[in-house]
Design a binder for this molecule. Structure first.
Ligand code: ADP
Ligand code: ZN
Ligand code: ZN
Length: 739
């Protein structure tokens, strides 16, 4: 009787995928196995059932016991979310003031958000046996499929089922026959282990010092900032450190900013590090993602390589965290659960008590400030690896020279010289499409998006005017849609226009455009990048997609055609972003034997940012920028939180934020939250986007504790407002974009 009553009153606290910043209590029936923390349960919610995750057990119920509903099913036999990961996710929900159930949901692969088995089905791997080797010669010609399969197994050391089957129609019976004959073996093996090849590269002194430092601190939380100029061999440093950690049977998490960079990294990891590698990014199939996630959790993967979301993967024995290009904006999730993968990575390393390396040629000012405060240890690689020189950077004053179709005479001359020498060039244009401004000179009509406060960009090849903010499309007409005259002008240069202009100037050149219009999805991109590396392209015309971390040894010229555009942004980070972008794209030039040259077209050649750039003076730039931030009370000297609201109705977001601000002010008066300040609610810089009106309210704080204590109270006030259900609102902690 006593045990019965105890069991029947066991209560579990469950995080559910609902937009509410709270958990829900349920009773566990005594006919059920008792779940543990981190397991998934199916529970009733109103008229439906939802998969949730248990975050605590046997707690004091938050409501009357009799009112509690009962868990329908305990899905797991072991926790889907292991304790160490749960700790991180609960921390993240609190830090980002985001609904905890949605945070847990975001971390799980979609398969596990339903009541499916935690363990995925693992692919079989086939290998040729010695008998199979002999059989290759004796299998009769007419057993065509058998011969084909044997040959495939012969080529590789172990072949996954999908690769083995590819392009063969009736594979089942022949495969069974080969297995029965003992000519091939099949086993569930995932991921495949690879042997590292001995590296041909000798680390230089600075690289070796960096690796030694990282490897020495193997069982303590030690954050490193690896600041190395472009082409200084940072990747080589990560790989050596990773190899050392794997040799100790610990796992390594490697974050990269861009899916396109994964193939390059996979190849280098397979060569230098070996071991069992899995990849995690948003463009994988649900099944693949499930498998990779599970392999990380079970400790079957030595290296987990991925984009932002990989930081939410489970690990059995994490030993090292690496964040490449740590300054990159793509680490910040810009909607929903707005976490910053770099910052979560640092927290993960702290919880796991392991080192974390943030690497970049242009570290974020936040990270630089953390070095100054003694929180991060700085490791520097001031010179390019293998004796390569930094490129020579020259500014071209556009106010003193004509630039037909965006190309000034020195740029044209430099391109011609590269073509003569058989070297590659990059033209960096930060706008896609043909022309960013379209209008009528007769009546003054301008191509504007009907749903956004933004101009439409002409995409001539596809014959449309496109809005780059909402994706809206209108047909591009030869005549003006307003006065029906024919005086339609197209101003400014996008990638398409430059591509055409270059091709006209150099008809024999092989020109490739590289922007998100051309590259939809990862595969296309991998093939394109390979073509560049194989020398199949002379001139690359691209957006910032090109600038991130690619290693193109034959590129000796980089031209930035419209550098100034970044200056008009209203964001306090705009000069930092401009410096980062230009340094990164310049860094693609002259990475190997031949020296590189960078030409930057600008109307403001005397701007300090450009001067630092020509001198490769990151430290000078950073000190000046930090000084400005300090004067302006901006991060990293203050913490920012942006509250956003939007609605199809003009007055509502601003009205809502004004009320929210009043509530906040009252809370601040009630209790002193030292250093917390609320600015006025204002319309967003782009007030209308995709047909919705937007407003924002900036909160800033000096100390983290006071700011977050205030936010906890305030956000829960907001959640309770009836009006909060009439607008779409969100909290963005440490916002990276101020609109
Ligand atoms: P980063 O990541 O800093 O941009 P990489 O690691 O990609 O630099 O190195 C740039 C190039 O230099 C690569 O081709 C790499 O193979 C080569 N490299 C790296 N370290 C060395 C070294 N110690 N000696 C010679 N070449 C090196
Ligand atoms: Zn639009
Ligand atoms: Zn007109």
């Amino acid at each position: 009787m006593t045990t019965q009553s105890k069991r029947s009153s066991t209560i579990v606290r469950v995080a559910l995928p609902l937009p509410l910043r709270r958990t829900f209590d349920y009773r566990v029936d005594d006919t059920m196995p008792l779940p543990t923390v981190g397991m998934r349960v199916l529970v009733p919610v109103r008229q439906r059932s939802l998969v949730g995750v248990v975050t605590a057990i046997s707690v004091e119920p938050s409501v009357n016991l009799a009112k509690l509903r009962t868990v329908i099913q305990v899905i797991d036999k072991m926790p889907t979310i292991p304790a160490t990961l749960l700790k991180i996710l609960l921390w993240a929900a609190e830090y980002y003031h985001h609904p905890v159930g949605e945070v847990l949901h975001a971390a799980m692969p979609s398969v596990l958000r339903r009541s499916r088995d935690l363990m995925p089905e693992l692919p079989r791997v086939f290998r040729l046996t010695a008998a199979g080797q002999e059989a290759l010669a004796t299998v009769p010609m007419r057993a065509r499929v058998q011969r084909q399969l044997l040959a495939r197994c012969h080529l590789e050391h172990g072949l996954e089922e999908s690769a083995l089957r590819e392009g063969i129609a009736h594979v089942h019976a022949p495969l069974r026959r080969l297995l029965a004959q003992g000519w091939i073996t099949a086993e569930s093996a995932y991921p495949l282990a690879r042997a590292a090849r001995a590296s041909a590269i000798d680390l230089d002194k600075d690289q070796q010092r960096a690796v030694d430092a990282m490897v020495a601190e193997s069982v303590r939380f030690t954050p490193f900032l690896l600041h190395g100029v472009t082409g200084s061999g940072k990747t080589e440093v990560y790989l050596r450190a990773a190899a050392a950690v794997i040799a100790r049977h610990r796992q390594v998490l490697v974050l990269v900013p861009e899916i396109a960079l994964t193939p390059q990294f996979i190849a280098r990891i397979e060569n230098t590090v070996g071991g069992r590698l899995v990849v995690l990014h948003s463009q994988m199939s649900a099944g693949e993602r499930h498998r990779a996630w599970w392999a990380a959790s079970a400790g079957l993967a030595d290296v987990v390589l991925g984009t932002r979301l990989a930081v939410l993967a489970p690990f059995k024995a994490l030993g090292l965290v690496i964040v490449d290009e740590e300054h990159d904006l793509s680490y910040k999730q810009q909607d929903g659960f707005r976490y910053h993968a770099r910052d979560v990575a640092v927290k993960r390393a702290q919880v796991a008590q392991v080192p974390v390396v943030l690497g970049s040629a242009t570290p974020s000012l936040e990270s630089i400030a953390n070095v100054h405060r003694g929180r991060y240890q700085l490791l520097s690689l001031p010179e390019r690896a293998g004796g390569a020189q930094m490129p020579r950077v020259r500014l071209l004053d556009l106010s003193t020279m004509p630039a037909a179709e965006g190309l000034s005479p020195p740029v044209v001359k430099a391109l011609a010289r590269r073509l003569d020498r058989g070297e590659q060039s990059i033209l960096y244009v930060n706008r896609r499409g043909f022309a960013p401004v379209v209008g009528c000179s007769a009546c003054g009509w301008q191509g504007r998006c009907g749903r956004c406060d933004a101009a439409l960009t002409l995409h001539r090849r596809s014959g449309v005017l496109r809005c780059h903010h909402c994706g809206g499309v209108e047909p591009a007409l030869d005549h003006c849609p307003q006065c029906h005259g024919g005086d339609v002008y197209h101003v400014g240069e996008g990638t398409q226009r430059i591509e055409e202009a270059v091709q006209r100037l150099f008809p024999e050149a092989r020109v490739m455009r590289f922007d998100s219009d051309r590259i939809k999805g990862g595969e296309h991109m991998a093939a394109d990048l390979q073509r560049v590396r194989d020398g199949g392209v002379d001139i690359l015309v691209g957006t910032q997609l090109l600038s991130k971390g690619h290693d193109f040894p034959a590129v000796t010229l980089v031209c930035v055609l419209s550098a100034d555009r970044g200056l008009y942004a209203t964001d306090f980070r705009s000069s930092e972003r401009l410096f980062q972008q230009l340094t990164q794209v310049s860094g693609r030039a002259g990475r190997a034997q031949r020296p590189g040259e960078v030409l930057i077209q600008t109307l403001y050649p005397t701007l300090p940012t450009y001067e630092y750039l020509t001198r490769h003076d990151f430290d000078g730039f950073a000190s000046a920028a930090l000084e400005e931030r300090k004067l302006a009370s901006c991060p990293p000297y203050r913490r920012f939180v942006l509250l956003r609201a939007e609605s199809p109705h003009l007055e509502m977001p601003l009205g809502f934020l004004r009320q929210v601000r009043q509530i906040g002010e009252r809370r601040l008066r009630e209790r002193r939250h030292a250093g917390v300040m609320l600015l006025d609610a204002v319309p967003s810089p782009m007030e209308r986007r995709a047909g919705r009106y937007r407003a924002q309210l900036l909160v800033s704080g000096r100390g983290r504790a006071a700011l977050h204590a205030f936010l906890s109270v305030w956000v829960s006030d907001i959640e309770g407002l009836r009006r909060a259900r009439t607008v779409r609102w969100s909290v963005d902690v440490d916002p990276q974009e101020m609109y």
